[in-house]
Ligand binder design. Structure first.
Ligand SMILES: Nc1ncnc2c1ncn2[C@@H]1O[C@H](COP(=O)(O)OP(=O)(O)OP(=O)(O)O)[C@@H](O)[C@H]1O
Ligand SMILES: [Mg+2]
Length: 245
């Protein structure tokens, strides 16, 4: 397993946001954390990223326990719940941000930014500012910015929440393809069942701070293991998706 969460507990002012959370994700896979609002999805991502610490339990990345390692040293890229591009920076400067923090050379930064603009099909838009982009384009830039420093692990918190249904559909296919091409282990949060079933290799169902079930989309749909999962997942909706996977 590339990422492992072992018996993670996290309390905020007496409220238990994570309850004995355990799961593992294999290298190169795309996992979805799927669950209702308030079920603890963002809390899990933030602990993996080192933005919050668990009260107990182990966070293992690539075989090492990282609980005490600062987030900046964990080799993680993060795309936040509301894509926060830097408004006063161009697209190219947004993408370059993490590389500048790492004090990479100008030449190296230029090459990497061009590579990423190409990857997200926005080659000629590097000089634009975020307000001159569509929502989908902004989201692609947020993705490129997170990927720029070559993270080993990519975390995406509801990357498409603010985007309308049609573009959202296109973007998730796009994301799946990009992640496959780059080969980076990724975890994305969603409360959209269809999105999780369509793009993820592994789906982790969260409910009230607990993990209810982990499995492939097919396993989750066809063999729900708890009353919550069978209630929550409307498996008839996914027959078409599962048959093409
Ligand atoms: N910093 C905090 N202080 C107090 N409570 C918090 C804090 N962060 C999260 N919580 C609580 O922990 C629970 C889980 O929150 P979390 O943000 O992880 O949910 P989520 O599954 O990401 O929800 P959503 O789908 O709405 O984004 C919620 O009840 C929330 O109010
Ligand atoms: Mg959240």
């Amino acid at each position: 397993m590339y990422v492992e969460m072992k018996n993670i507990n996290k309390t905020f002012d007496g409220f238990q946001a994570s309850k004995d959370v355990c799961f593992g994700i294999e290298k190169g896979k795309l996992a979805a954390l799927l669950g209702p609002s308030g079920s603890g999805k963002t809390t899990i991502l933030r602990m993996i990223a080192g933005l919050d610490s668990p009260d107990s339990g182990d966070i293992i990345i690539d075989g090492s326990r990282v609980n005490a390692l600062p987030g900046s040293k964990r080799g993680i890229g993060f795309v936040f719940q509301n894509y926060a591009l830097f408004r006063y920076m161009t697209v190219a400067d947004n993408i370059a941000f993490g590389l500048q923090v790492q004090k990479k050379s100008k030449a190296e930064i230029k090459t990497r930014v061009e590579e990423l603009l190409e990857l997200i099909s926005m080659k000629d838009l590097g000089k634009r500012y975020p307000h001159q982009l569509s929502g989908g384009q902004r989201q692609r830039v947020a993705f490129a910015r997170a990927l720029a420093p070559n993270p080993h692990l990519l975390l995406l918190d509801e990357p498409f929440a603010a985007i309308d249904a049609k573009v959202r559909r296109e973007l998730r296919t796009w994301l799946r393809e990009m992640i496959g091409r780059v080969g980076v282990t990724s975890i994305f949060v969603t409360h959209d069942q269809e999105e999780a079933m369509e793009v993820a290799d592994t789906v982790i169902i969260t409910n009230q701070g607990k993990v209810e079930q982990i499995g492939t989309p097919e396993e989750i749909c066809l063999r729900p293991q708890t009353p919550f999962v069978s209630e929550f997942i409307d498996s008839t909706r996914y027959e078409a998706i599962l048959s093409i996977k």
